[in-house]
Design a binder for this molecule. Structure first.
Ligand code: GDP
Ligand code: MN
Length: 391
């Protein structure tokens, strides 16, 4: 789960991480009030779930309240394009109005904590090349990124923080403060079950103060049940409408680019295998949709509706293993959905397992035009050819 910068900063501040003073504004009027309250200069920052806003024109300094007003007016409602938004960009609906910080004489550095597959745990990263694209730094000069692997049982150790702080070339007088800063970041990362925490730029000001000038915080979806308080941080405007719809019905749906076969599968493993076999048959899946092991007829109906709402879907493959989800329950849901929605694309169904015969009989007797398949290979060939023929 992604959140906005202003929300991430509030979470970090609660863990003792120093951040600039600021508030969120939804309207021009609110922006002006906050700017007055803080006193210029202020920075006006577009809040979207993507980085690279600075280069895209989504972060601007206002020297006066009037300037803040006209910037807020220009930014609210604008479509902001950055290298992370894709060509379609994102509509700006919220702004962060923040105390403007003097960058002259300051050092912009980079800090992040990520989950690293190679070391099987969290890694603390630091670089003196902050304020710019870290991907670019990583590509051009990987040695400019310092890394400390964190042992899960021990947590981030003070000596590791000191190593990073000295590695950044911080003046000795600042090192203890930097250690405290990094430890607070780690406490925030661990305490929120984050999957990513990035501070870019991490600022050392002329007077020796350290500050998180930007903050990116992502949470691990699988741990969200431990943080009911984060629910209200979700911004549905930033998410794919079909994915939001699916999550409301307890469905694991992810839209994929470039494919035209809609897949409805139960179980993530079977979903992956189904995507593979569609590829093997020469096609491409339009989505990943796992209805889960114990889906009911209503969920099946919703899953089907969501698949069909994707205009790229030219044929649907339903591949179900009847375990806890019985094949007849699936058939009931699919038949109800087709009667409800009137489906204009070919539907291929392969089902195996509990109540298979009953489910197949229901499909046959429904009088609806389903193609049935005996095994996965057969199903994949049939659906790929149907999707191809529809093109
Ligand atoms: P991002 O481009 O989406 O990563 O957004 P950032 O929050 O990192 O802001 C982009 C850039 O704007 C930063 O790297 C800074 O150079 C600049 N910036 C952000 N806040 C301030 C500020 O308070 N004062 C000044 N002078 N520049 C700022
Ligand atoms: Mn940034």
């Amino acid at each position: 789960m992604k959140i906005h910068e202003y929300q991430g900063k509030a979470v970090l501040a609660a863990f003792g991480v120093p951040v600039p003073k600021g508030k969120v504004a939804y309207t021009e009027k609110e922006a002006v009030e906050i700017a007055k309250e803080l006193g210029p200069p202020v920075v006006v920052k577009a809040q979207i779930h993507a980085g690279g806003r600075g280069k895209g024109g989504g972060v601007k300094l206002a020297r006066t309240t009037e300037e803040a007003e006209s910037l807020a007016k220009a930014m609210l409602g604008m479509t902001l394009k950055t290298h992370q938004t894709g060509p379609e960009g994102r509509v700006v609906r919220r702004l962060l109005i923040e105390d403007g910080v003097e960058l002259a004489g300051a050092r912009e550095m980079y800090l992040a904590i990520v989950v690293d597959r190679a070391s099987g745990g969290a890694v603390f990263m630091a670089s003196s090349q902050g304020g710019m694209d870290i991907e670019e730094v990583a590509a051009k000069d990987p040695s400019a990124i310092l890394k400390e692997a964190i042992a899960p049982g021990l947590g981030f150790q003070a000596f590791q923080a000191r190593k990073l702080a000295f590695g950044l070339g911080l003046p000795p007088a600042v090192v203890p403060k930097a250690v405290t800063f990094m430890q607070a970041l780690y406490r925030a990362f661990e305490g929120t079950d984050a999957s990513l925490l990035e501070i870019n730029p991490f600022l050392l000001m002329k007077d020796g103060t350290l500050l998180a000038l930007d903050a990116k915080l992502n949470f691990d979806d699988n741990a969200l049940y431990r943080h009911p308080e984060f629910k209200e941080l979700r911004d549905l405007d930033e998410e794919d409408p079909l994915e939001v719809d699916a999550s409301k019905h307890g469905l694991n749906y992810i839209k994929l680019e470039g494919g035209n076969v809609g897949c409805m599968v139960n179980g993530a493993g079977l979903a992956m295998a189904t995507m593979d076999i569609i590829k093997l048959a020469g096609g491409a899946p339009a989505n990943f949709l796992d209805v889960g092991g114990g889906a009911n007829a209503d969920q099946i109906r919703n899953a089907f509706r969501i698949l069909l709402a994707d205009r790229e879907v030219k044929a649907v493959l339903i591949n179900i293993f009847g375990g806890i989800l019985l094949c007849d329950v699936l058939a009931e849901g699919v038949i109800a959905a087709v009667r409800d929605l009137g489906v204009k694309v070919p539907v291929v169904i392969r089902m195996k397992g509990n109540n298979e015969e009953k489910g197949k009989a229901m499909l046959r007797e429904s009088g609806l035009n389903f193609t049935t398949a005996e095994d996965m290979t057969d199903a994949a060939r049939k659906v790929v050819s149907a999707a191809g023929a529809a093109r």
